[in-house]
Design a protein around this ligand. Sequence first.
Ligand SMILES: Nc1ncnc2c1ncn2[C@@H]1O[C@H](COP(=O)(O)OP(=O)(O)O)[C@@H](O)[C@H]1O
Ligand SMILES: [Mg+2]
Length: 313
Amino acid sequence: MLQVEDVTVRFGEKVALDEVALEVARGEVLAVLGPSGSGKSTLLRVICGLQQPDDGCVLIDSEDITSSPPHRRGIGLVFQDHALFQHKDVAGNVGFGPRMRGDAPSGVARRVGELLDLVGLAGFEHRSVATLSGGEQQRVALARALAPEPRVLLLDEPLGSLDRRLRDRLLVDLGVLFAELDVTAIYVTHDQAEAFALGDRVAIMRAGQVVQHGTADELWAHPGDEDTARFLGLDNVRDGTVIRPEAITARRVEAGNPGDGVVERARRHGPTVHLTVRLDDGTLLDAAVTSLEHPATGERVSLEIDPEGVVRL
Ligand SMILES: Nc1ncnc2c1ncn2[C@@H]1O[C@H](COP(=O)(O)OP(=O)(O)O)[C@@H](O)[C@H]1O
Ligand SMILES: [Mg+2]
């Protein structure tokens, strides 16, 4: 459906994209995950036509669109700073695309109503954009991007400016919406949880390159290198191996058992508790436990490691 072939973009000496290649199938959501400055936004700008690549090409349905103007590409965009038309009301924003392509006013109104329903803002047609909350503005931005029925939707850190709770809720809503509409999309984020939640596949970018791609399970099971492992939140990296935290069982030591270390921190993240254990050799190891009966800070523990959870890099 969408193919990016060996795209390179240079800004002077700086190589922002270095022979990036990726594919998105019809109806698939590809999450692009990478730290700030890794080239994610530049990649989206190339795909939507706001940035001409120095090398390589972009194809949609096998048609080379590398030199097509942005408005001819059939691509919808949602950015972090929603960039709505502040002087138009909600209907004016959402109806912009359909109006531009020449839909009759009654058709535009119908489409606006459908889209507002879809993003949970039914009845918001005549609200002024300035009176909306951040989350509502982002829903309007999404509705506006979807209104002209784009072939591909590009989202650049769309939830980046929202608070955690709102972000979690919109994340769920987006997942449902993407599945329902069968959208083909690229979702750019620096947040591993967002990438795993929304991406059918995840491509990891670093310094202008796609260094690895796969499903969330594949990446979690076989991170390609130490940087990727740490970026995914796998911090137990030692001697060229990663130990997945869920493969470590930590038990309070019984009398007579020397144990392996002391729990330095125990923090709950939703259903799991992350234990940071200071081993007797001074190094740290993270364990994830789901039991309510978990060892507490300061307690001495013995560790058991399931060999299935030890990955050689
Ligand atoms: N218009 C530009 N001029 C010069 N350098 C740029 C420009 N746009 C992006 N860059 C540089 O390219 C690199 C990738 O940027 P960007 O694609 O915005 O990364 P990300 O979205 O992953 O944070 C960064 O080093 C950035 O400073
Ligand atoms: Mg960016």
